[in-house]
Design a protein around this ligand. Structure first.
Ligand code: FES
Length: 617
């Protein structure tokens, strides 16, 4: 005997079609099985909110947590629910918006080909004129036009004020601007071909913002600035120690980063001529501490055991709530975090590097003051964070500097000379992180630095590497080697000191230790890796061969190492331009197994092992 599921019959509008579905399947599945185009971006996970339906003729089911997160109280009260969250019911009538989301694949600056389906939508409507017989309010008449295409949406106060200002000209037609679940603005006439958003990467050191065209996917303007919090310390630990002084200090740090963001917004608007009220949405990625401070939340508990953040889920707010001078009702979306020390910037990196969906085993490292490491093993993802310190950014190195004109960025030790390249071919004035890696890689290759990290004494060098022995300047702290200039004029020469090499060793040892712990945890060896991705402003400049030579990454061969630039910032742009990408970003943290390095039993041994340089081949 065939065991058939009981059948449930329901009706869908606006198609006005009755369908039959097996009892227990979701409204979304029932619709899809019958070719009824209920919209979905997240494929039924409850995270996109696009599958909303209005339920009539039966009692709507009790809303669950996904309904409450994606639908407003008013929508819930009217009977809207997420179609992916509830079973289809006998005799129910489901009305779904007909879908106005334009989905196109476009070429976007820096992002390549992306699916353009922004959270922001613009719909042009021409409401009926009021009469003495129909005195319904302006908003009600607009809502009548909108209901069929976009469903029941709440207007922001800003949108209502703007509507009032348009006055009688409403009859000429207006454009309604929707971000997510809310109407953020209305504009006179048909402005559907214009719309903008801003995507931000809030780094501990640098903040980068890009003004993006939401209609074409193109970058309109980009600007960056030093994070205004820098006066409170160079890393997240020092920033958190400041916030421990009290709420007033949290406020100061919040104000500092918002002021930097505000300055970047002004520069982007000035450069493009875009009106601030045309910025409808802003997306942010940053490490967990920066994201807390952006929204004014005290992050200090992240700094002490058991290292707990206040929140890791994505945050939605308005521009006014975050104190940003664009359209006050513009939607603000702040990326989810994985853990206290693996933040939204790493979610952005995973998204733009397509981790979790690529083939093979991939190691991705964001090389910075805090080294964040993600390991993809097939479909599994593992992550950890390693405090590398600021050596890779040229800080705490005697003649270190940021990557700016005159910074030595490449070093080659020839048989009888040391060649250096400085940024912009300027006269060398210091050494930046990539130059430091290159220099140490070359010193290890030529034997001037031992695998344990010791700079040869001059007498040893005279035996082992005589052509360069006279570049070594002895001193009580382990000596120095002249990279540029003459050892006879040490004050004007650019030198690398033994303690600089030590700083680099500590930084790379920390990151490599994290890599090794993750590899052991996942049961992988270097031979199993198909690709190594280096991200972050600094990661992009490291010479792959140098990264292998100093042991920063496992020896996978330089051709298997790929620099992806500001992957976190790309992730923020993707989340702005594509709701599909944003939904993926929201799913990623739950897929990551976080490994806390300080809880690894043999951590100290691993760290000591990771400090050494590979013996030159
Ligand atoms: Fe229902 Fe995304 S499909 S919330």
């Amino acid at each position: 005997m065939i065991d058939l599921d009981p059948i449930v019959r329901s009706r869908f509008l606006p198609e006005d079609r009755e369908i039959a579905a097996s009892e227990g399947v979701t409204i979304l599945d029932a619709a899809q099985a019958n070719d009824i185009p209920v919209e979905t971006v997240c494929s039924g996970k409850g995270s996109c909110g696009t599958c909303r339906v209005l339920i009539r003729e039966t009692e709507p089911p009790l809303p669950n947590a996904h309904d409450r997160r994606r639908l407003s109280d008013q929508q819930l009260a009217h009977g809207w629910r997420l179609a992916c969250q509830h079973p289809v019911a006998e005799d129910a009538v489901y009305t779904h918006p007909v879908g106005v989301r334009a989905v196109r694949v476009v070429e976007s600056s820096g992002l390549g080909r992306i699916r353009l389906d922004p959270d922001v939508q613009k719909i042009y409507v021409k409401p009926a004129d009021p009469t003495l017989h129909d005195q319904s309010a302006d908003w009600s008449r607009i809502q009548d036009e909108l209901a069929a295409v976009a469903g029941d949406l709440d207007p922001s106060l800003e949108a209502l004020r703007r509507l009032a200002a348009i006055g009688e000209d409403i009859g000429q037609g207006i454009t309604v601007v929707i971000a997510g679940n809310r109407i953020v603005s209305v504009e006179p006439g048909d402005t559907t071909e214009r719309g903008f958003g801003l995507a931000f990467d809030i780094g501990t050191t640098t903040v980068v913002g890009a003004l993006m065209n939401l209609v074409t996917g193109e970058e309109v303007a980009v600007a960056s600035g030093l994070n205004g919090q820098h006066i409170y310390g160079g890393d997240v630990i020092s920033r958190m120690s400041v916030t421990m002084r009290g709420p007033e200090w949290v406020g100061r740090l919040t104000q500092a980063v918002r002021s930097t963001i505000g300055d970047i917004i002004e520069r982007c608007l000035d450069a493009s001529g875009v009106d601030r009220h045309e910025v409808y949405e802003l997306t942010f990625v940053g490490n967990t501490v920066m994201e807390h401070l952006l929204v004014g939340a005290d992050p200090s508990r992240i700094s002490y055991s058991p290292f707990v953040p206040t929140m890791v889920d994505p945050i939605t707010a308005t521009a006014a709530e975050v104190g940003l001078d664009v359209l006050p009702s513009a939607s603000v979306w702040v990326s989810p975090n994985v853990a206290s020390y693996v933040g939204g910037d790493i979610v952005g990196m995973m998204l733009s590097a397509n981790l979790g969906r690529r083939r093979g085993n991939v190691l991705a490292i964001d090389v910075g003051t805090n080294g964040e490491i993600v390991l993809q093993k097939g479909r599994e993802l593992f992550a950890t964070a390693a405090p590398a310190g600021p050596a890779f950014e040229g800080a705490e190195i005697s003649q270190g500097m940021r990557a700016a004109p005159g910074a030595i960025e490449r070093v080659r030790i020839e048989d009888d000379a040391i060649e250096v390249d400085a940024i912009d071919n300027a006269e060398p004035v210091g050494i930046c992180g990539s130059g430091l890696v290159d220099a140490v890689a070359e010193l290890v290759r030529t034997g001037l630095v031992t695998p344990s990290g010791r700079l040869l004494w001059q007498e040893e060098a005279e035996q082992a590497v005589p052509a360069h022995a006279d570049r070594i300047i002895p001193d009580k702290t382990g000596g120095a080697i002249v990279l540029y200039g003459s050892a006879d004029d040490p004050d004007s020469a650019i030198k690398l000191h033994a303690q600089d090499i030590r700083q680099l060793q500590l930084a790379k040892g920390s990151i490599r230790c994290g890599v090794n712990v993750l590899m052991h945890h996942a049961g992988l060896t270097a031979d199993d890796l198909d690709e190594v991705i280096l991200a972050g402003a600094f990661g992009s400049y490291i010479d792959p061969a140098g990264a292998i030579a100093i042991g920063l990454v496992p020896d996978v061969g330089p051709e298997a190492i790929r620099a992806v630039g500001n992957a976190a910032g790309h992730g923020a742009r993707m989340c702005l331009l594509s709701l599909t990408a944003r939904v993926r970003a929201m799913d990623l943290p739950a897929r990551v197994s976080y490994v806390e390095l300080s809880a690894v039993p043999d951590f100290q041994d691993e760290f000591a092992l990771a400090m050494g340089f590979p013996a030159p081949s």
